[in-house]
Design a protein around this ligand. Structure first.
Ligand code: PXG
Length: 465
């Protein structure tokens, strides 16, 4: 057993962390000097840190712990599977029961003819699979030049070279030589930030038609697929205007291109249905899944593929796969997680209890002096911070400054609520009760009030010119 344990003093753990552990998406030098908060255990919707503080997890880990923390069934299944068959691959004409059972279960849950699953260890790997799937699909059909994938600015599709190329985060594209060739980005349907004088309905249509314009410009014979998150998550919980998705579906139907729905965040109940595609009313050819598939208890993701694409890919060799594709322990955990979601009717709880109450309280936040718009779909929500609600003005300070102040206040008040620029976001466990929601809003209101005072004191309540 390791000699580094939960019982060590926080400062010692932080010093070791700073010395040897490189954190993702962090300025590690600065974080090391400050010291990362050490999370030691979790139960339900609460985390505990090394100082014994109880933190309400408004982000379900990283958008993934849908059934909440501390489910013994998941631990038991993992232990059982590790004893029986901890690992075997599915590459060379072998298979195993956890992968078979999970693929079957996912095919049953997924809508339409999305009946085939290619497993990965997470969402980034699954989106890399998708790039190769759609390009191989068209090449097999004799159209190798149909290789461009259209995506959106401010999308997040992962951190590997392929998936980060699909993503539209400028800060990510600035590092490490991405994007790869033949990825094209159109604008996002973020009315609050980019809608100008148009109505949300006009803006939604205009942004969807950018897809049609891009296909016309690049040539239908060059475009393989369009990929998008039903609700943009990491980009700031951006909910498209109602006119957007029907128009996207019309365009995908008109032109011969594949639609990939990245359901890594939206899948498995987050938006109030099994899949976000059902919530926004689209029929993708491929879905990317991860996160809520196992509620984060084990690393697993995958691509759910429709009959036609699977058939074409299956007509030859597909030279692609990961050591941990369909990992038996992760697959067994995912299967048990899906059983919990289904048998405990957690999606019913979201639809009938948690999401309606959360929506009521969330939308009331627009009465706060810092809050411009409040958007929510199921159990993912955002607020836009602004110094002027009427004009949707941005702050004069560096983007993210105000969001960061609010986030730090939340952290100090034992609430995990994230900021993306000057938007605040939540994505809590789906099992949140009305009492949890009440407690969450005590902390949200307190944090926003304290942040507002600090922003006023620092003279930061100013509009960008
Ligand atoms: N697609 C989407 C839509 C995601 O949200 C991925 C793919 C990649 O999945 P993996 O399992 O490879 O991480 C994600 C992941 C954030 C944040 O800051 C969000 C994610 C990952 C890291 C940070 O909100 N989402």
């Amino acid at each position: 057993m390791s000699t580094i344990t939960n019982h060590m003093p926080t400062a010692e753990l932080q010093a070791l962390d700073a010395a040897h552990h490189m954190h993702p998406f962090s300025a590690n030098g600065e974080l090391g000097r400050k010291g990362a908060r050490v999370i030691t255990r979790a139960k339900g919707v609460y985390l505990t840190d090394s100082e014994g503080e109880e933190i309400l997890d408004g982000m379900a880990g990283l958008w993934c712990v849908n059934v909440g923390y501390g489910r013994d069934e998941l631990a038991d299944v993992a232990a059982r599977q590790m004893r029986e068959l901890p690992y075997y691959n599915t590459f060379f004409q072998t298979t195993h029961v956890p992968a078979i059972a999970l693929a079957d279960k996912i095919a049953n849950l997924a809508p339409g003819d999305l009946n085939h699953v290619f497993f990965a260890a997470g969402g980034s790997e699954a989106n890399d699979t998708n790039i190769r799937l759609v390009r191989t699909y068209w090449a097999t059909k004799g159209k190798p030049e149909k290789s461009i994938i259209i995506s959106r600015k401010n999308a997040y599709h992962g951190s590997s070279i392929g998936s980060a190329s699909l993503g539209g985060m400028a800060a990510m594209h600035a590092q490490g030589g991405i994007p790869i060739p033949d990825i094209h980005h159109i604008n996002q349907p973020n009315w609050w930030a980019e809608g100008g004088d148009t109505t949300p309905e006009e803006f939604g249509l205009a942004r969807a038609r950018e897809l049609e314009e891009a296909i016309e410009e690049l040539g239908e014979d060059r475009v393989a697929a369009f990929i998008a998150e039903p609700v943009q998550g990491a980009g700031g919980v951006i909910v498209a205007p109602d006119t957007y998705w029907p128009e996207i579906q019309r365009i995908c139907d008109k032109y011969d291109i594949l639609l990939i729905a990245d359901e890594v965040i939206c899948g498995f109940g987050r938006t109030g249905n099994w899949f976000g595609s059902q919530t926004v009313g689209i029929k993708p050819h491929i879905m990317t899944i991860a996160k809520g598939l196992s509620s984060g208890y084990a690393p697993i993701g995958g691509s759910i593929v429709c009959d036609e694409v699977a058939e074409v890919i299956g007509s030859g060799d597909f030279n692609h796969g990961y050591t941990y594709s369909g990992h038996p322990v992760a697959a067994a955990v995912a299967l048990e997680n899906l059983r919990i979601l289904e048998e405990e009717d957690i999606i019913g709880h979201v639809q009938n209890v948690a999401a309606p109450y959360l929506k009521e309280k969330w939308e009331e936040l627009v009465d706060h002096p810092l809050v411009g718009e409040a958007r929510i779909v199921g159990m993912m929500a955002s607020i836009a911070l602004t110094p002027n609600k009427a004009t949707r003005a941005k702050f004069a300070s560096e983007p993210g400054t105000i969001g960061n102040i609010c986030r730090d206040r939340c952290f100090a008040n034992n609430l995990i609520m994230r900021h993306v620029g000057d938007r605040l976001i939540i994505s809590p466990p789906l099992i949140l009760t009305p009492a949890d929601i009440d407690e969450m809003f005590v902390r949200i209101r307190r944090s926003l009030d304290e942040a507002h005072t600090e922003i006023l004191e620092k003279g930061l309540m100013r509009e960008a010119s």
